[in-house]
Design a protein around this ligand. Structure first.
Ligand SMILES: [Zn+2]
Length: 178
């Protein structure tokens, strides 16, 4: 098991060797990733993200719930408060789901899921909790319906925990401007 002291030692190594002092508060890659808490699916690892490149939101399943949308709205305000020269080009929202997700185990608890998505139990089928291809399509749809952002696009990926490979299920699609 990992001891807290191990983390302190690793941090000292990080600060000595890999720390970058001049990173900005906005992601240098114009990139936002929404993914699952599953330890096998750390976006920094599976997508090869560099420090400061992406903002990352992780929750159960990497789902676009009302809470995720509230977080995105807050982050938009943070970005507006920190406008700088920025990075040219489009902003990309990546919805990253994966095979063998623990969400599947939660299908046995419809009340919990309904509360999570803030919908009636009768509408849970639309969230496709047992199928990552369906769930990533459903969540990209929610982003397209609910998120307004200029010069931005959304894409949906599914990571296969047995191969380490990501499949693009929804190619980058423009978001409607505010
Ligand atoms: Zn998961």
């Amino acid at each position: 098991m990992t001891e807290p002291d191990d983390l302190s030692r690793r941090n000292a190594d990080f600060a000595a060797d890999r720390f970058i002092a001049d990173l900005g508060i906005n992601p240098s890659g114009n990139l936002m990733v929404i993914g699952c808490v599953d330890p096998r699916v750390d976006p920094a690892g599976v997508l090869g993200l560099r420090q400061g490149e992406a903002a990352v939101i992780r929750n159960v399943g990497g789902r676009i719930t009302p809470a995720t949308l509230r977080t995105l709205a807050m982050l938009k305000k943070v970005a507006e408060a920190n406008k700088g020269p920025g990075t040219p080009g489009e902003f990309t929202i990546v919805v990253l789901h994966h095979t063998d997700c623990g969400m599947t185990d939660l299908a046995a608890f419809p009340d919990l899921l309904a509360e999570y998505f803030e919908i009636p139990v009768a509408e849970l089928d639309s969230k496709s909790v047992s199928d990552p291809l369906g769930s990533v399509r459903a969540d990209v749809d929610v982003v397209q319906q609910k998120v307004r952002r200029p010069a931005s696009r959304v894409t949906g990926l599914v990571y296969d925990v047995t191969t380490g490979l990501v499949e693009t299920v929804v190619p980058p699609t423009p978001l409607r401007a505010p």
